[in-house]
Design a protein around this ligand. Sequence first.
Ligand code: ADP
Ligand code: MG
Length: 736
Amino acid sequence: MSDAALRRLRQLDDVKVGQLRHVGEKRTAALGTIGIESVFDLLTVYPRRYIDRTKRVDLSDLSIGEEAAVFGEVRKISSRRTKQGKVMVEATVSDDGESLKVVFFNQAWREKQMPPGVQALFFGKVTDYKGQRQMTNPVVDVIVGASGIERDASRVGRVVPIYPSSGKAGLTSWEIGGFIEESLRRAGPLLDPVPSAALAQFSLIDRTASLWGIHLPQELSDVAPARRRLAFDELLRLQLLLALRRRKLEMTAAGISHPIGEHDLDVAPGALRDPESSLVRQFLGGHRFALTQAQRRVLHEIANDMSSALPMHRLLQGDVGSGKTVVALTSLLAAIDGGRQGALMAPTEVLAEQHVASIRRDLEGLTKKDEAVLGGVRPLSIQLLSGKLRVKERQFIIDGLLDGSIDLVIGTHALLTYDVRFKALGAVVIDEQHRFGVEQRATLRDKGRERSLEQADPDLLVMTATPIPRTAAMVLFGDLDRSVLDEMPGGRLPIKTQWANTELDVAGCWQHVREEVAAGRRAYVICPLVEGSEKIEATSAVEERNRLALEELRGLSVGLLHGQMKSQEKEQIMHEFRTGEIQVLVATVVIEVGVDVPEASVIVIEDAWRFGLAQLHQLRGRVGRSGDQSYCYLLGEPSTEDGLKRIEALVNSNDGFALAEIDLDIRGEGTILGSRQRGRSDLQLASLKNDEDLLLAAQEVAKLMVSANGLDGEPEMVDELRLFVEPEEADFLFKS
Ligand code: ADP
Ligand code: MG
């Protein structure tokens, strides 16, 4: 058959479900409620699992106490009340003459759900009740309804796909399977937009075979290669879109060559400060400590990007405490060296304020030429722009950014407001990038083009301590280059983490806090997370602080920090904690990201199991920031299994990347992409954890397919990708 006769996915999307044989108005509406409108939508609803009806499970082989999946037809069903007044539904399920009793408590609706004749899959533990095998409250997948078209074609004797049946839509797995089977038969062979050489290279089966294999396998062994190919397609589409996006950015870029090179980086701390040198060189030469090998390597990568005329788009990943701030500051200074400005955006006010304070200290004494001032030089001007400034203060910053008298602005989301404009924005750093959306990243970057007199693309560095596994990073940040700080500053001891789960342990924990404080160090106490209300959380933090100050920590200077406080108060408290006036800081998660007080050596996290694993690791990273041994205590009795797993993981590992992998295991896939990918671009079959080889293959094939002219040579692929992106974006990406 010639290619022209083969169907494309997009044509399948034009065929609405109403055109299928057994789909009338009612079923069209039902399918609509679960987001299925076209034949294409249907084909991408994948079976959750399969039952192999080519081999029958013998009911009499089921052993007591075992979890089992049993397929059978409901023969009898009835309900009655028990002596305790509970509704009990009893069903007899049989398969080829053998039977099993299935019992449900407090699920009266089951009687309606499974009238005699319904065939279903029952999952549960097999127990023994008065000598008879029985399942109590199993999970049920209704596969074949009691009447109607579904019974026409029995698939007994085949591999039966089980689709996520939807109670809401009132559709059984069997019905959905029927629609899909019809769709596949009517669609005929499908066009495969992936070059056959690529398929051969990575042992991938062709598209038509993959859809048949996943929906209508002849044998269970057909499923794996089908899944592999379909997962590959999901990853390939993402990689293609990322490659196109990247290409567009590069094509339309008006970047800046910043004056930074080897010479500026090649300097030992303590070098004599030469006022004629670049700011970068003066800064690194005058710094408190020598850079780690990793910091050096990353700075070279950044210097390469920044000195080139293409704008930098770089992700800097580094575990908590690995020293990202120095790297950020160096790149901002490179922009200032070129006579431009830098902007640093942080997710919270506490963090922005801390950056201003520490950066002002680090840059003290540095000057820059300015003909407008007496003497021709002035100190660098570093300013804070937060949402809580008074009108006049804010105006001062706005004016200074536009006339160029401010060199470096550090702020929160407030930087994104429309009236913030620059004279010449040269570099942008976004700290703790996971707290911001992709759009916010773009908004700040676009300030260079649209809200800056120079109208150039600033160099962009986004930083994150979230240890995203490599595969996930390739998907989430595939349009960014990546640098990794994989080394902790020297002399750091691993933090000792302990779960204090007995009264004795807890008492020991508070005793230890007192000892650390007595030795001149400081402590954090993190209050329990209260979902949904910052206000209630604040109130309970106040109470906890007061309680501790009277009881376990009596006699110590105990401060309080929470999200409802005014910025000035917060600033004051952090200042007192830094100087040691406050010895123990009771706080909500406002301190989660970035807070840096090296003297803090112990952190106590109350009800630790309520926090996410990444968050716990971030919180723990508030200590262990000097050469002293630091400690982390986790309090609380987990009331979920996942909570317990998180605590165990944290106790057993200090490695952010290992924890991220575990987190992925606990949470399952999908959440990692979060709201970032919408609708269809979601990875349904591909697993970021297990399909790393496929991801690499997809990346390679994408590189092959995208040429200097984009996807011009691949009209079929372009046609397909249009299914996955908004029309405006498609126009932008596919226009050559
Ligand atoms: P993060 O990557 O978590 O943002 P920071 O930049 O806050 O880490 O650095 C953590 C701490 O380590 C800070 O106190 C910082 O001054 C210190 N630090 C950073 N780099 C070095 C280094 N090369 N040698 C010693 N201490 C360092
Ligand atoms: Mg930081």
